[in-house]
Design a protein around this ligand. Structure first.
Ligand SMILES: C[S@@+](CC[C@H](N)C(=O)[O-])C[C@H]1O[C@@H](n2cnc3c(N)ncnc32)[C@H](O)[C@@H]1O
Length: 293
């Protein structure tokens, strides 16, 4: 009987083969110094399937009839899912006090669609729904907040909407009182008014077919997700975001992220509370192409 905690040694060649496959399938990129991390996190998978090496595991991952399930398992294991409510407060202020009023003033169809791409356990899309309610602007609009992630494990938690203290490290107490009830389990349950605004789905940001299921969007939040991707993948994902956004729609990245060397399609807009990316209006793009001001 194999010891499930025993580390299976991974050669550089095995590392590259598995790393490249994962990179192709879901964008996550591991450099050679992180070989020990793959070795440590994936050894259990080798034992679980009673394989004797990572060479065999690589083969299993690619060609076994259960390879899709296995890929799902390892995305659950390898993704970083750190998140919390009200993350990056100044950006959320820009969202509530500047972007939402602008969209409210401009859009005639009274439809607001927001996508939290890489939403992890749901704190981000629920925060956005709460801020929409607090803005008091959209009570007679059709509002949809879509949260998506590649990992089923985090989506399961997101749909439950039940959280412990660690999710509240930066959320103002008044919001916590307004939007959660405390359960007998001592945990905080998102109230129905918020839950009803948010839908969750599994979307791999690299999978163009799945992206077709996403409607056209007014604002995309993709924070602390593409930092784990290689440059080519970042470019592809941001290009897809561009396609999905309505004209003048917004793309909000994490505070340490920028589109530098990734895309020149967006314009950087200086708001009072933050700098954000915006898809230019078609007329503005044509002016730039023609060399006008
Ligand atoms: C660090 S969390 C960010 C959560 C949230 N956006 C925030 O900033 O608090 C990154 C999330 O991106 C997801 N992710 C990684 N690769 C992905 C892919 N190819 N498609 C969709 N989601 C992905 C991970 O599963 C993880 O839950």
């Amino acid at each position: 009987m194999q010891n499930p905690d025993q580390i299976v040694e991974m050669s550089d060649e095995e590392f590259r083969a598995i790393r490249d496959y994962i990179n192709n399938q879901c964008g996550l990129y591991f450099d050679l110094p992180s070989k020990y991390l793959l070795e440590k996190r994936l050894s259990r998978r080798v034992h679980e399937h009673r394989l004797s090496s990572f060479k065999e595991y690589h083969y299993y991952l690619r060609y076994d009839k259960n390879s899709v399930d296995e890929l799902n398992k390892i995305t659950d294991i390898l993704t970083t899912n750190e998140t919390y409510f009200y993350r990056e407060a100044y950006q959320l202020l820009a969202f509530k006090d500047e972007i939402l009023p602008e969209i409210h003033a401009i859009k005639k169809d009274k439809k607001l669609t927001i996508w939290s791409a890489g939403c992890s356990t749901g704190e981000e899309p629920y925060t956005l729904a709460m801020l929409i309610i607090l803005s008091n602007l959209f009570s007679d609009w059709r509002v949809e907040v879509v949260g998506s992630d590649i990992s089923q494990r985090v989506l399961h938690a997101a749909r439950r909407g039940i959280y412990s203290d660690s999710s509240f490290r930066t959320m103002p107490e008044e919001y916590k009182n307004r939007f959660f009830t405390k359960g007998d389990d001592g945990k905080f349950h998102v109230i129905d008014e918020v839950k009803e605004m948010v839908t969750f789905g599994k979307v791999n940001l690299l999978d163009s077919k799945m992206l077709n299921l996403i409607p056209s969007i007014d604002i995309i939040f993709c924070r602390n997700v593409i930092i784990y991707f290689d440059l080519e993948t970042k470019k592809k994902v941001v290009e897809n975001f561009y396609e999905k956004l309505n004209d003048a729609g917004y793309l909000l990245l994490g505070h340490s992220e920028s589109l530098m060397s990734i895309s020149t399609s967006f314009k950087l807009k200086h708001l009072k509370n933050d700098m954000v990316y915006q898809k230019p209006l078609i007329e503005d793009s044509l002016k730039v192409l023609k060399g006008g001001d």
